[in-house]
Ligand binder design. Sequence first.
Ligand code: GUN
Length: 285
Amino acid sequence: MTTLIDGKRTAEEIRRELGAAVDELRRQSGVTPGLAVVLVGEDPASIVYTRNKARAAKGCGMRDDLFRLPADTPEAELLALIERLNQDENVDGILVQLPLPGTIDEDRVIAAISPEKDADGFHPLNVGRLHLGLAAPIPCTPLGVTVLLDRYDIALSGKEAVILGRSNIVGKPMAALLTARHATVTICHSRTRDLADHCRRADLLVSAMGRPRVITADMVREGAVVVDVGINRLDDGRLVGDVDFDQVAPRTSAITPVPGGVGPMTIAMLLTNVFELATRRRRGL
Ligand code: GUN
């Protein structure tokens, strides 16, 4: 029997729980957590993502601010906006949507965000804290994967976990989280020699390659858990994952669909991070 891991329903549950927690915080301390989302440029996918993030914050009772800057914004201007948001008492979380235009140094921008307001957990200090096992905001997509697995009671300790993709946003933090949960972790990437061979050893396969339907049934062990982080748009407009779902699903014990799997969890985790940052930063209140 295959369990379909329903990220949409789980994310809705978490957002409801957060909405109640936000109400409670406001009643008890008068604090309303605030998220500032910054988008530079006109990338259509980024426009949709940032709009959804700001709306979701508002939807669970948080303050939301969306700053849209033109693609030719000088880096200094973006850094000045971040500094203003760092100082703004009403802002608890700052998110700068990536990728940034090529004229802007992404690393410099991420490092300019106050680590105490780092809604994505991308600041080098927080990356270090995650790897040391210290409390930190955790990148939303990998955090969403672990929360989803926990809510479906999927054990991780001692499991062979294979992650496809080594990005700073997904692959690397995913490896840190699964290692902390006592899985044995392999990260595969574009130079991996025999990808299928690694995949077949996985009890848990997490794919974040961004290539449509490249994971086929012969690459998946019978009874494995498959988490598909890929969101790929086909020429006909349909969204599909990295996994050939129809072929692979019957072999698995549990699998996430695309859409409706990991995607909705990312935003729920962003809101969780902002709530956490708000309560930490304002603990003195
Ligand atoms: N671009 C793609 N995913 C993300 C994310 O999780 N956060 C930010 N800031 N940009 C992204």
